[in-house]
Design a protein around this ligand. Structure first.
Ligand SMILES: C[S@@+](CC[C@H](N)C(=O)[O-])C[C@H]1O[C@@H](n2cnc3c(N)ncnc32)[C@H](O)[C@@H]1O
Length: 317
């Protein structure tokens, strides 16, 4: 029967134009998105990238295209470098250093402190720089600000565990070590889809995928924003005294938080109820007002920080 049917189909020749459309295949949507972004068709590229992700949720390249279409061409590392130039911090703290790409932006002459339970580099760091190989919770529980930094932190980058309760604890601890002029930057605050923003992605898929990703591409990262967006919602609602601006940069935005108050206990006192309440907020709720909640700010970083009254060194951006 099978043979007769195959023979019949073979006699008909190519029947594909007469068949109903085949289900979208992720890779061909991704190629379509890549062609469209190359010729500057951003809406077309965004549409194709979303179709690619819907067909195959593992296609991180499609998420990178969305990063470009929704946030623009600038790469977050360049924005952080610009922040170092305009702020000229004397004390820098980074939570989540990984291979050290962003940690290495700190000037060799300043005090720079990194925290990561699995630091992967850089191999050589200047004398005043130090990476603590521990979790941020462990780090803050066992070290004092003055012992580690010698004074308030001027600039901090929070890029550790991307579950919002961890990022919230990091923010609470960094704020205790801050002054009103401290600038804190949160990474991965702009989510794109349920898979890369999923809390379970970390525990299940990412761990498995991470190994494959590392083997195949020899890179040590995976596109996972987690639910850091929930932290931005908490800060926006419960800390109206903070200035919150998000610089739209690839791949997932940088949220700048200013006007810190090292004496504030709003977040630490409310920690348990905030975590319980915000865990229930759906991504769709955030998505509807995403750009407002994040405070998307297209201006150069120097203007973003100077307009909040933070002293800058103009001409270096
Ligand atoms: C996205 S990577 C950091 C990338 C780096 N900041 C950059 O942009 O080049 C996240 C890092 O957070 C670290 N991490 C995971 N859980 C952590 C925790 N509880 N405390 C501190 N770092 C953590 C991971 O080991 C990983 O290296």
């Amino acid at each position: 029967m099978q043979t007769r049917l195959s023979a019949h189909i073979a006699r008909l020749g190519d029947v594909s134009p007469y068949l109903p459309p085949r289900p979208a295949r992720g890779r061909s949507w991704l190629e379509d998105a890549q062609r469209k972004i190359a010729r500057g068709d951003l809406p077309g590229a965004a549409y194709a990238a979303r179709r690619a992700i819907a067909a195959d949720a593992s296609l991180d390249d499609a998420r990178h295209i969305l990063g470009h279409t929704e946030l623009g061409p600038e790469w977050y590392v360049d924005t952080l470098a610009a922040l170092h130039r305009v702020l000229r911090p004397q004390r820098y703290l980074e939570i989540g250093t990984n291979t050290g790409t962003t940690f290495a932006l700190a000037d060799p002459s300043i005090r720079a402190v990194g925290v990561d339970p699995e630091p992967l580099g850089p191999a050589h760091i200047p004398d005043g720089h130090h990476i603590y190989p521990e979790t941020s919770d462990g780090f803050f529980a066992t070290h004092s600000r003055d012992e580690v930094c010698g004074g308030p932190v001027d600039f901090a980058f929070i890029d550790g565990m991307h579950l919002f309760e961890y990022a919230l604890r990091d923010f609470i601890n960094v704020e205790r070590w801050s002054s009103p002029d401290t600038v804190v930057v949160l990474h991965d605050t702009y989510p794109f889809d349920h898979v890369s923003a999923n809390r379970r992605t970390h525990h299940a898929a990412v761990n498995r995928y991470h190994e494959t990703f590392r083997r195949v591409t020899n890179q040590n990262s995976v596109f996972w924003t987690g639910d850091v967006w929930r932290l931005v919602m908490i800060l926006r609602v419960h800390r109206p005294d903070l200035v919150i601006r998000t610089i739209p940069v690839r791949p997932t935005g940088l949220t700048v938080v200013m006007h810190l108050d090292p004496q504030s206990r709003v977040l630490s006192d409310g920690y348990r109820s905030l975590v319980a309440a915000y865990r229930r907020v759906r991504l769709q709720t955030f998505d509807i007002n995403k750009r407002d909640i994040l405070g998307i700010d297209q201006r150069p970083v120097e203007q973003v920080v100077s307009s909040a009254g933070i002293s800058t060194h103009p001409g270096h951006d």
